[in-house]
Design a protein around this ligand. Sequence first.
Ligand code: SF4
Ligand code: SF4
Length: 368
Amino acid sequence: MKYRTLAGEKVSVLGFGCMRFPTTTQNAADIDADKAGEMLRFAAENGVNYFDTAYVYHGGESESFIGKALKDYREKINFATKCPTWQIKCEEDFERILNEQLESLQTDYIDFYLMHALDRERFNNIVKKFNLIDKLNKAKADGKIRHIGFSFHDSLDAFKEIVDANPAWEFCQIQLNYINLEYQAGIAGLEYAHKKGLDVIIMEPLLGGKLANPSEQVRKTLSDEKTPVEWAMDFLWNRKEISLLLSGMGTMEQIEANIGYADKAQVGMLTKENLDMLLHTKEIFDTMALVPCTKCAYCMPCPFGLDIPKTFEAYNATASLGMEKAKSIYSEIKTKADKCKKCKKCEKVCPQSIPISGTMTKIAEVFK
Ligand code: SF4
Ligand code: SF4
């Protein structure tokens, strides 16, 4: 395992995103404790020392699960978790939730605490309105959290505003991969944060898994020297501004492979030819993706039973994998796109700002 610095701490370049554990049922809250516990412990034994969870992951069960599963490793690992900003309705909510999180994680302190999924609207109407910066600073002074940061989904301008608005930020977490170079904060945001002294964590390095199993057209633009996952990760580890990548690993095979890649990670590891190749891959990819869904599942559950990420997966497959494969994915979905009632509950929380309800109408037509 290679290590870099995050807010002055030594962290593994690979962080374990704790939102895609195997489950025993379709319900995200039913984490398969045996399999997921083994995965977490294997990662900790093999040098991963950054575990990223959130109050809302796995239907609210992720924190307590990792708190229990990693109890014996607490001294040698970092816990990162997040304040569900959209659930803060008054000043008191901050501390109540933080205390609950400490209890779930079975710890006296959280190493890295993030304001979850900030955008301009949440920053102004929640963080500022409820004095959450003061609350964060107080929690840090009280020893309940060690480092303060935020995760982000909005435009580059909003990103810069949020970075500049709070001198207490020590790090931030942004979405970046070799396809989404100018999306949300993007490369420009990465460089801006670094210039302003913030360390940066990357989420969605594989674009919700899409870069792990790309279509044949995309795959053949990548050299066989490395796997598609390794190319995607190396593109990020190549940059000096990046402290670590988060990977929401859901199988032991993924963990083993990613640890192997992380072992070779170095700043400046890619050549100009490698970077030109990835740029070409991006050009091909861009012509094929229909909906930029990363399968984060923040939109779930849909009150009318739609499986939103899977429906988008099927739709995207019409372009990338062909109609036959797309139909086979769509056939596995119980509640089809035409059952969308346009309530737009999902659209309020989608970090990718996808016009979900309108797209469902289109999808229903495509698969009719
Ligand atoms: S708009 Fe459609 S997909 Fe979104 S939550 Fe409502 S019914 Fe579900
Ligand atoms: S539709 Fe949006 S919120 Fe739902 S899984 Fe996709 S990216 Fe996430």
